[in-house]
Design a protein around this ligand. Structure first.
Ligand SMILES: Cc1cc2nc3c(=O)[nH]c(=O)nc-3n(C[C@H](O)[C@H](O)[C@H](O)COP(=O)(O)O)c2cc1C
Length: 174
């Protein structure tokens, strides 16, 4: 798919069928994340693929206060946990006062979701979840930074027109 078309087609999917996501498709998405750039090439994340009963438990941890009810049908989640910087990224982050890890995780998740679209899957990035519940479920002390829902979009799920600020609000040339 042409890159521009991919950017326009990739959208947050909030209506999934219960069809399983193939391991092959998941691996393509994970590989796209692995290839993402990161500060000092540290790749400071750990990706946990959750399917079956684990996916049901992850879904429950993403719901609350009226948020993310749609996740109950999601067949596959990639839980994105934070990992340590490497030495150079740690020094750079401290000296420059920058949170490179969040940037790195965002880039990896972006590539993962674009590859999902390319493979014909729907995806939704989730930032609303119960972190302690997920840590407990997945037996990890790492911080959980994002959860990505992956699956097949329900039949007829519409491609929405992108709502975005115009470039004039986002950009200046000097
Ligand atoms: C960091 C982050 C957290 C998000 N958390 C949620 C969430 O918890 N639930 C949800 O339905 N969408 C969530 N989204 C999806 C955004 O609402 C969505 O990307 C945005 O409205 C643009 O729409 P689009 O993805 O369809 O282009 C999140 C997106 C990002 C990048």
């Amino acid at each position: 798919m042409d890159l521009q078309e991919l950017f326009l087609r990739r959208q947050s999917c909030r209506d999934f069928t219960q069809e399983a996501v193939s391991t092959d498709d998941v691996l393509y998405c994970l590989e796209a994340a692995r290839l993402a750039p990161s500060a000092c090439n540290a790749q400071p994340y750990h990706l946990i693929v959750c399917r079956g009963d684990t996916a049901l438990a992850v879904a429950a941890a993403t719901q609350g206060m009226g948020m993310n009810g749609f996740t109950k049908n999601v067949p596959c989640f990639v839980v994105v946990a934070e990992d340590d910087y490497n030495r150079t990224a740690a020094v750079g982050s401290r000296l420059k006062g920058q949170d490179y890890r969040s940037v790195d995780i965002g880039l990896a998740v972006s590539q993962l979701c674009l590859m999902a679209e390319e493979r014909g899957l729907g995806s939704c990035i989730l930032g609303w979840f119960d972190e302690a519940k997920l840590q407990n479920l997945l037996h990890t002390q790492r911080r959980i930074r994002l959860v990505v829902a992956l699956g097949h979009a329900a039949e007829g799920y519409p491609i929405r027109k992108k709502q975005r600020k115009p470039l004039s609000e986002l950009v200046e040339f000097r």
